[in-house]
Design a protein around this ligand. Structure first.
Ligand code: SF4
Length: 219
């Protein structure tokens, strides 16, 4: 059974599909407790769906909007039995691209469907969980499908510089994104940090907050 906080059609707020129409499904609960978490409501369980019920909902939405991508987010989508069930759901829709936002602490080995894409956080020190990253994920992440994202503040800059250069050495061409924690570092400062340090990373912004406001839900 899938415990769900909310689900709706919206535009993706973040890289690598920023601005794209998506069917967002937010699963309940998380194994981390980041200091800057802006989805504390991930503890809510507002709907419980069976495998078949979730599959039908996705099927119905895609039938009405065939070019939609599907985004699994949370909370942590890969928590517990969802590790096994989500890849099976994805296999049912080979023509649709699925994006899975995961916090990087759970090994993704078994989740490499051809139409799945992992947006993997490597939690920064300011989250309180930078030691939770599962380094086995660096063996299985795919440069053709997946990416790594760092959500950072000013105090994380030296740390993230070292991590981006490390990944560049071991997985050349893996897409990497730096996303500023809300209000903690200016976009201009972040852009100049990337350029001045010659980092192979892109800036990501939370577009949905710019469109609908930082506290809006259900959009
Ligand atoms: S991993 Fe994501 S959902 Fe979980 S506590 Fe951290 S920011 Fe919140």
């Amino acid at each position: 059974m899938f415990e769900i906080v909310e689900k709706f059609i919206t535009l993706s707020g973040e890289a690598p599909i920023i601005g794209s129409p998506i069917f967002l499904i937010r699963f309940s609960k998380c194994n981390l407790n980041c200091a800057y978490c802006d989805t504390g409501y991930h503890t809510e369980v507002n709907e419980i769906l069976s495998f078949d019920a979730l599959k039908k909902e996705i099927s119905d939405v895609i039938a009405s909007y065939p070019t939609l991508k599907v985004l699994f987010t949370g909370g942590e989508p890969l928590l517990n039995e969802r590790r096994e069930e989500l890849p099976a759901i994805i296999e049912c829709f080979p023509e649709t691209d699925f994006y899975i936002e995961t916090n990087g602490s759970i090994h993704i080995t078994d989740f490499s469907n051809h139409n799945s894409h992992y947006i993997m956080d490597w939690k920064s020190p300011s989250s309180g969980h930078h030691n939770c990253f599962n380094r086995d994920n660096l063996k299985d992440i795919r440069i053709t499908h997946d990416c790594i994202k760092f959500v950072i503040n000013q105090a994380d800059l030296e740390w993230v510089k070292e991590k981006v250069r490390f990944i560049q050495r071991i997985i050349p061409k893996l897409p990497m994104y730096l996303s500023p924690q809300s209000g903690s570092i200016g976009l201009k400062d972040l852009a100049e940090f990337i350029i001045n340090n010659r980092l192979p990373a892109s800036v990501s912004v939370q577009l949905h907050k710019m469109i609908w406001g930082k506290d809006a839900r259900g959009v």
